[in-house]
Design a protein around this ligand. Sequence first.
Ligand code: ADP
Ligand code: TRP
Length: 349
Amino acid sequence: MPKPRIVTGYRPTGKLHLGHWFGNLQNMIAMQRRYQAFWFIADWHALTSHWQDTSHIRVFTEEMVLDWCAAGIDPSVSTIYRQSDVPEVAELALYFDMITPMGWLERVPSYKEQREQITDKDLSNVGFFLYPTLMAADIAITLAQAVPVGEDQAPHLELTREIVRRFNGTWGEYLVEPKALIPEEGARVPGTDGRKMSKSYGNAIFISDSPEEIRAKVMSMITDPARKLKTDPGDPDICPLQQIHKLVGAPDVVAEFDACCRAAECGCVAHKKKLVEDLTEYLREFRERRAELAAVPGFAWEVLAGGAERVRPVAAEVIANCRRVVRIDGREEPASPSERDADDAQEPF
Ligand code: ADP
Ligand code: TRP
């Protein structure tokens, strides 16, 4: 029996940060051996918002592969590829565009939010509006049953399920409705300013940051805003410093800082210094491994070429079946449900 499939994608629009590391990457690493794992660089998705300046996509693509592999994604186990190496994704997205009501896309929270909040980019293009149908195609082209993502992607996953249901209901049961796998811890890692850590907010601690960069960023972090003086008791539950420390520090040390902050017995500067130390140590092995991989000429591109070869036959088979279901492949009879991939008979999620 083949292993069930899982898939997820990252846009190559910046370096990986602690939000990715805890919100998603650790889940991906933990799952890669139990399932047939497909991890891709969503370079077409990067174009939806960065179409005016595409000059960074190549570098961020390469860096992402290095980050993934140094963190523990194993390219001999996981299939790592670029979205744009799989043109079948674009064809499936086109079928989805035919059946998706505009109202569904207009209601996606991140669509409205980003149109309002991101003012330095022109997001009035059709491609940005169609982001969710392209994302649904990324997932459906692998027939994956589950998608490890951070909490912010939950509405996109819900929409993917609706689109797949509509495809199956309109044209014939074939595609798989995928579930979102959201980690309990680290589902929303705060940035240095307390908002969600995101490369677009300038509040990110990148996993490839040097010890000096880590120190500068942590020392400038905001803490409980109500705690003005060392003698004021603080609330660690709303302190981004403590939330990140919980993820990287030893539990007894973290508990100690929690207690002494509440009792106004220790200051935020001491806590920051300890977090610098713990975070630098936490990422040390990753940093060393990344430097080793970066020294191998062409490493990332070889990984992507190998991944493309592995995913293409999967995508080719799924798109051929989709054409049959849609009844545009010239045959008389549509595909029967029994041709659906055998894996999804199991329900492991
Ligand atoms: P960004 O918000 O920095 O642009 P992406 O949209 O590229 O990040 O996110 C890639 C993956 O990482 C998604 O699954 C997303 O949910 C997850 N992720 C991103 N930022 C965070 C965060 N601060 N906390 C938890 N998960 C996150
Ligand atoms: N929307 C995701 C993000 O902003 C990136 C993405 C594109 C994705 N296609 C996907 C994630 C398919 C999971 C599955 O981070």
